[in-house]
Write a protein that binds this ligand. Structure first.
Ligand code: MG
Length: 340
């Protein structure tokens, strides 16, 4: 028998975070707990405003579940049951995290060991710089100092793109990637920007065009000097099947795909298509970031910095040192609820 508890919580940022479509100072989340045999597993669902998923729908979905007949020791029955519901992928991600955390604790092993036998290593992560004025970019550059890579959020404004990248390059020689979050309105403008960014030594570009411009992505991939990663265009394993030919790489996130189990399946399929793999995140607390870090060794690039701007995180988990995440070898995900 699995006992489910869940509650809504609002994470607050240390400053305004802006991407091409919006600016905000916090994020709505849901924390999930699954208890059995005297242990508790933890999970988290995050709801940034640009996702179609709404917290209210996910709370309703969680309230509708009856997990009394499920046993933590059975292989995949809960995950299979959850697949019978459409949507509510963030809530499914939280349940998958909590179940795996619980399984790890009861079996005295890490969740990481369910997916890989590679030795535990420090995880180099990029630091993401949002959109803002010169003072903001300078503050963010200071925060990025210890990190090995920087991801720069950009929009469809060529003047801003050139100004922000030039400013950042004038103060750091670190490898840069960029993320447009669908901000460029047409393929010709996108190509012009990608060519300029390539001349500046930028390493990759994420989601330049809106996901609706599917055929334009095919053209852009054929003509771009930079590798293009799909993020908003590729949410689930079905999207990899349908759109793998449009991209050079894919940004896999637990909140988009419904958890570690689904993310692991996406990794295996994406490798078959020779896609580069980035492990990304939403604005999330340490709980979900630590969950994702359990998969980090399977990826080419790791972008797990969504927790660093939170001022009211309820969890501890991965620690950060010199731009590297350190995962504990404690059983489960490696997270602790500070209130328990
Ligand atoms: Mg992105």
């Amino acid at each position: 028998m699995l006992q489910l508890k869940f509650y809504a919580y609002d994470l607050k940022f240390d400053e305004v975070f802006a991407v091409s479509a919006n600016a905000r100072t916090g994020t709505e989340i849901i924390y999930v707990e699954l208890a059995s045999h005297g242990s508790v597993g933890y999970g988290e669902a995050s709801f940034p405003p640009y996702m179609k998923e709404k917290r209210s729908d996910n709370l309703e979905f969680l309230a509708s579940l009856n997990l009394d007949s499920f046993d933590v020791h059975e292989e995949l029955p809960l995950q299979n049951y959850l697949q019978t519901f459409s949507n509510c992928l963030p809530a499914k991600a939280a349940l998958d995290m909590a179940l795996l955390d619980l399984k790890g604790k009861l079996n005295h092993c890490t969740v990481r060991s369910f997916f890989t036998t590679e030795p535990l290593q420090p995880i180099p992560t990029s630091f993401t710089i949002g959109i803002g004025d010169d003072a903001f970019l300078s503050r963010q550059l200071k925060k990025a100092e210890a990190f090995p890579f920087i991801k720069v959020k950009l929009n469809g404004d060529q003047v801003y793109v050139k100004h922000a990248i030039s400013l950042i390059k004038s103060s750091t020689q670190k490898p840069l990637g960029v993320d447009f979050n669908q901000g460029v309105s047409n393929k010709q403008l996108a190509l012009e920007m990608l060519q300029w960014l390539h001349e500046q030594g930028v390493h990759y570009a994420e989601q330049p065009l809106p996901e609706t411009l599917r055929s334009d992505f095919a053209w852009l991939k054929d003509n771009s000097p930079l590798p293009i990663f799909g993020d908003e265009s590729i949410q689930t394993i079905e999207d990899i099947k349908a759109k793998h030919h449009l991209f050079d790489g894919v940004n896999i996130k637990l909140m988009k795909c419904g958890g570690l189990t689904n993310a692991f399946a996406m990794v295996k399929l994406a490798r078959q298509y020779n896609l580069q793999l980035m492990l990304g995140c939403m604005a999330e607390s340490v709980c979900a970031i630590t969950a994702a870090a359990n998969l980090a060794s399977l990826f080419d690039k790791v972008d797990l910095d969504g927790h660093l701007m939170m001022t009211n995180d309820l969890f501890t988990g991965v620690t950060l040192e010199m731009g590297h995440l350190y995962l504990s070898s404690e059983p489960g995900l490696g997270v602790q609820n500070k209130q328990k």
